[in-house]
Design a binder for this molecule. Structure first.
Ligand SMILES: Cc1cc2nc3c(=O)[nH]c(=O)nc-3n(C[C@H](O)[C@H](O)[C@H](O)COP(=O)(O)OP(=O)(O)OC[C@H]3O[C@@H](n4cnc5c(N)ncnc54)[C@H](O)[C@@H]3O)c2cc1C
Length: 432
């Protein structure tokens, strides 16, 4: 069978490897780091911090509408490690909770009952949101400017109240797209609301891995795909028509896939798109006692945006997306802000002792999904006939997410299969 070389062991490279390995190709995958998963991974926190627990570099969430990501997990035999949650808890400072869950009505009315009961929004906010959701349904196929205008432009056009902006749209979309509403192309906001909330009643259900992320791509998983060979600590130094240079040695194949982050392409000798980054900050806090029983919550009106309960309410992970305002703050200051925020929602934090804290600032978390960006995202084909591109930054049809990365991997794998004269069909269509 044809031999395919893949550079990069993030989700884009891994999904291409799984698809091609499953179709009988011989695949060699080269990853620079000693573990797989790229930005969606886990590792023990650095020495010098006690007994070094393993953490996800950041809590990663998926929705049921991430059909290609779920398909990839199925290929690796780890689909059952993903646990789905049906309730979203919106917490106000003071601790009052509003719960969003689906009721009995069919989509797109499935949230009606829960939405009407949400205490964090007033009637005027809700009527405005409902009007805007109906407009998304209508305009998503008819409007031609969604790539050019920002989501906040569109929401202001729909006369959303300040509270609806802050407590609904910003809260949901900034963490989904990792960009502020005024820097996010409306197209992406539409896609999240359509595929996550409107198209199907169960699409919004939030999947969290029950094991550290790196375990999803562990060696056991690859035993199912004997044609795939993974090389760790194997940085690809350059890529050209002659093949890969890996640790000074020339590696050749019939086909090549680069699944490197876009900021690494130039160093490998490949043309790179001009995209900006948007940061994410994760704060990991370990307490001496349980401070909450909620599995997760979205935190309104403060700096921290999401709380995930990682271990019996004693280990919490907090996430701030598009976290530019934290970029220049010290880790100590970020921990202070996090604790101060948590005391507002979870009174037990006031008595609890903080045993350990760890901050992960990912300055290059994702590309910024700004208006005009779609046209800058390249497709999978390159000037070299047997070299294909993958990565969440390529034109996958999705923003920079795990689903986007897997889609890009499947698209590149399909291109390789086609070039080899096969009908490789790996990409699954969106739910609607
Ligand atoms: C903090 C954070 C939180 C996130 N939260 C979510 C979330 O909740 N839900 C969601 O869907 N998405 C989330 N994302 C986005 C998601 O993680 C990414 O979109 C996705 O993992 C990108 O996969 P990728 O394969 O395209 O790129 P990467 O994961 O960056 O993979 C590229 C790989 O190439 C390797 N590499 C680099 N240079 C070389 C070289 N020279 N040779 C060989 N290998 C090399 C890297 O080590 C890496 O493993 C988050 C991202 C971050 C950073």
């Amino acid at each position: 069978m044809p031999r395919v070389l893949i550079a990069g062991g993030g989700l884009a490279g891994l999904s291409a490897a799984a698809a091609l390995g499953g179709a009988g190709f011989s695949v060699e995958l080269f990853e620079a780091r000693p573990f797989l998963g790229g930005r969606a991974t886990s590792y023990p926190i650095p020495a010098g911090e006690g007994d070094a627990p393993t953490i996800d570099n950041c809590q990663h969430i998926l929705l049921r509408s991430c059909v290609n990501l779920l398909d990839f997990y199925t290929r690796l035999g780890v689909r059952d490690r993903i646990r789905f949650h049906r309730e979203f808890h919106f917490l106000e400072p003071g601790g009052r909770a509003s719960v969003l869950r689906r009721g009995r009505l069919p989509a797109p009315l499935h949230f009606t009952g829960a939405f009407l009961k949400m205490k964090c929004l007033g009637l005027g906010d809700k009527l405005g949101i409902a009007r805007a959701l109906l407009a998304i349904r209508r305009e998503r196929t008819t409007r031609r400017d969604l790539d050019r205008i920002s989501m906040s432009d569109w929401l202001l056009e729909k006369r959303q109240t300040p509270r609806a902006m802050d407590r609904f749209w910003r809260q949901v979309l900034v963490s989904a797209i990792n960009e502020d509403l005024d820097r996010m192309a409306a197209r992406h906001g539409f896609q999240v609301m359509w595929l996550g909330f409107l198209a199907r009643a169960d699409a919004y259900e939030m999947g969290l891995s029950g094991v550290p992320l790196a375990e999803l791509y562990g060696t056991d998983a690859w035993r199912r795909l004997p044609g795939v060979h993974v090389h760790l600590r194997a940085p690809v130094e350059s890529i050209d028509a002659e093949g890969f240079l890996v640790a000074g040695e020339r590696q050749t194949g019939d086909y090549y896939i680069s699944a490197l982050p876009f900021e690494r392409l130039a160093a490998a000798g490949l043309p790179a798109p001009v995209l900006d980054h948007s940061p994410i900050t994760g704060v990991h806090l370990w307490f001496d006692r349980e401070v909450t029983t909620l599995p997760h919550a979205t935190l309104l009106d403060r700096t921290m945006q999401w709380m995930f309960n990682k271990d019996g309410g004693r280990y919490l992970q907090l996430v701030v997306s598009a976290s530019r305002e934290l970029t220049n703050l010290s880790r100590e200051r970020i921990i202070e802000i996090a604790l101060d925020d948590l005391r507002q929602y979870f009174p037990r934090v006031r008595e609890a002792k903080l045993l350990r804290a760890h901050v992960v600032k990912e300055q290059r978390a994702t590309f910024s999904a700004a208006p005009g960006t779609e046209a800058l995202r390249p497709g999978t084909a390159t000037d070299i006939a047997n070299l294909f591109m993958a990565g969440d930054w390529t034109r996958s049809g999705w923003p920079a997410t795990m689903e986007g990365a897997v889609r890009s991997g499947y698209i590149a794998a399909e291109a390789v299969a086609r070039a080899a004269g096969q009908v490789g069909e790996f990409l699954l269509p969106d739910i609607a």
